[in-house]
Design a protein around this ligand. Structure first.
Ligand code: NAP
Length: 314
């Protein structure tokens, strides 16, 4: 049942655990919220659709009726939603965090969104007495499940330090990157490295198949040498098994590279590799494959190489 009790007086107290709110219970948010619950934090959750909520309530979380209600119960509220418009809606929209949160609330957005939107939302919330950190993550679904994410944070440093115990539950490597938006900039840098490396893995598999060599042998050899990487270890086996189920969705990677290119445009950076990978992920999304995992980039390469895409699980 939804819980809309009023907040219990406002100020944080040293003799009780922080009350947390968590909004966005998808592939990443659900295991992250679960880890906070298991660490002993009282947790109120909200999600756009019901299944995500039910799973956490069954494990002891309280259900809120809206994003604002989740924030109204909390000392710290976390979002793990999709893109910039989702964060704007949840933070500033009708029934959003700004409507019901009390002064002294800290808001941590862990989604990957545009640095510019982050700075704008943070400024608006600060006028309402709410401090916002951007703290996007890397490490994938497995990192979320294991609490071993890499977390890159932006915002006020003292606020960041006050939230470190919460972030410690979710991540292994937690880096303060600078003022508001800095965490998102670093996350976009991470996504450039991830996407271009993914492209390299796809090109290696494509050449191997075209040249008539067993790609399993190629992976065995390359993974022991300088070509080894997270993408090779985690995505290449899925590519060879034609397993397109998402950990990290094609549409999210297209979105992240779009934000990286917008930031590059604003700052005058030249990112030719990002242009190419953004084009390929964008094409896959337009073809209706946005819900597949980013290992589906191989399909785009297979098409360019003139072969039919490998068949298998959708
Ligand atoms: P996901 O599975 O699509 O989950 C997103 C969740 O947010 C869903 O539960 C969705 O609700 C909810 N949501 C989206 N828009 C909303 C809105 N406007 N209002 C309320 N709830 C909303 O995505 P994910 O893979 O967990 O990724 C979440 C974020 O983390 C993204 O920014 C992504 O780029 C980033 N990220 C993902 C990974 C990864 O490996 N998956 C790794 C690092 C970072 P519904 O259930 O109703 O759809």
């Amino acid at each position: 049942m939804a819980n809309d009790d009023p907040p219990d007086g406002g100020q944080r107290s040293a003799d009780r655990p922080l009350k947390l709110g968590f909004i966005g219970l998808g592939i990443m948010g659900r295991p992250m919220a679960r880890n906070l619950l298991r660490a002993g934090y009282p947790l109120t959750v909200w999600n756009r659709s019901k299944p995500g909520i039910d799973a956490l309530v069954a494990e002891g979380a309280r259900e809120a009726a809206s994003a604002g209600a989740a924030a109204g119960q909390a000392d710290v509220v976390i979002t793990m939603v999709g893109d910039s418009p989702d964060v704007e809606q949840v933070a500033l929209g009708p029934g959003g965090i700004i409507e019901t949160a009390r002064e002294g609330l800290t808001y941590i957005d862990m989604s990957t969104i545009s640095p510019e939107t982050t700075r704008r939302v943070a400024a608006r919330l600060r006028e309402a007495g709410i401090e916002m950190l951007d703290a996007p993550v890397s490490g994938g679904e497995q990192g979320a499940v294991n609490g071993t994410l890499s977390i890159m944070a932006g915002g006020d440093e003292a606020v960041f330090e006050s939230c470190r115990p919460v972030l410690d539950v979710l991540g292994e490597k937690i880096v303060y990157c600078g003022p508001s938006g800095s965490g998102q900039v670093v996350k976009l840098c991470n996504q450039i490295a991830v996407a271009l490396n993914n492209l390299g893995v796809c090109e290696a598999i494509t050449l191997c198949r075209k040249a008539g060599v067993d790609p399993e042998r190629m992976l065995e050899a390359v993974s022991a040498g300088a070509g080894n990487s997270w993408q090779l270890q985690n995505l290449a086996p899925k590519m060879l098994a034609a397993d397109w189920r998402p950990g990290f969705k094609v549409a999210h990677q297209a979105k992240d590279l779009r934000h990286a290119l917008n930031s590059a445009h604003e700052s005058g950076a030249s990112l030719p590799g990002t242009v190419i990978t953004h084009l390929l992920f964008g094409r896959l999304t337009e073809e209706g494959l946005g819900g597949e995992g980013t290992q589906a980039l191989l399909k785009a390469l297979e098409r360019l190489a003139g072969g039919s895409p490998p068949s298998g699980a959708a």
